[in-house]
Design a protein around this ligand. Sequence first.
Ligand code: SAM
Length: 304
Amino acid sequence: MLFEPNAPCPCGSGKKYKKCHRVVDEAPSHAKYGLAQGVYADNWKTTSQLQYARGDYAWMADQLKPYAFERVFDIGTGSGHGLLALWECYGPRLRIVGIDENPACLRVASKTLEDRGLPAPVIIRLDITETPFGFVQEGGPLPLPLPEPVALIEADPLTDPYLEDALTDGGLFDVVTIWLTGGHFWRRHNAYSVHRGAKSEHDLRIILQNEAYELADRILRPGGILHVVDRAEAPTSEALRIEYFKAHSEQAEPTSLKVRHIDYRLWEPPEGAPIKLVTTDPENRPDSFPEPQLGLVSIISEKV
Ligand SMILES: C[S@@+](CC[C@H](N)C(=O)[O-])C[C@H]1O[C@@H](n2cnc3c(N)ncnc32)[C@H](O)[C@@H]1O
């Protein structure tokens, strides 16, 4: 036995090992990826419910108030609490496509939205195969047209050859959101993560965010918005704000997106949240910077 069943799970969730990652550790290797997705979905649901209850998602949705938009593409929908906040803020004018590589998260997201009266069908379409190069998630073309006003699709924008055509089948988007990027522990064993040399959650986040900039460039209308929200050191000083501006301008460099607005809300991990924080910190943090405080950091870029 790896760990005591009643000891706290080493993932830091605060749950007993037997109620958390034991099922993954004890499974045959081909089954671990899918099981890790399930454990993550469960733990993320609790975390995001806590964040939703204290208004974190309402704040994120509020950041988009200055912009006129209807069509939203959401990368990494998780438990759907972000989409719920968008719907509550902007209402039935929205048409939303949310994707996640984790089918268990999408099922939770569908329930989150349907419990509030918003039908949110899920398109599950990927098979997981273990290969010598890592786990591969593959599926066929998407059924078109996509459901409206909300479609939740199992897809990974890093590797899916069918996603972009399906997205633009309904026209260009006004907004692309990528909020609080993160994922399950076996994501590092995805063949694409291995191929890119991703060693940590931070590496995975940067790879996905970079892809978000490039994909947004192709699927946004001119004047459309990419909205990134990170859990990170809050830019409480002008120097830090400039660091964030530089870092995201660099991520946007291969595209026609321009960073327009950076904002933050001071943030602490919610008490009792099973998914722990991995922050995206400014590189080469000078000692002269103020004492770090955690925040939700909102970065809005515009396609020019
Ligand atoms: C921390 S959760 C955040 C969910 C939601 N955006 C929110 O703010 O609550 C990150 C989500 O991104 C998904 N994700 C991570 N990498 C992904 C990828 N390459 N493709 C699609 N989804 C991904 C994870 O499965 C997870 O559900």
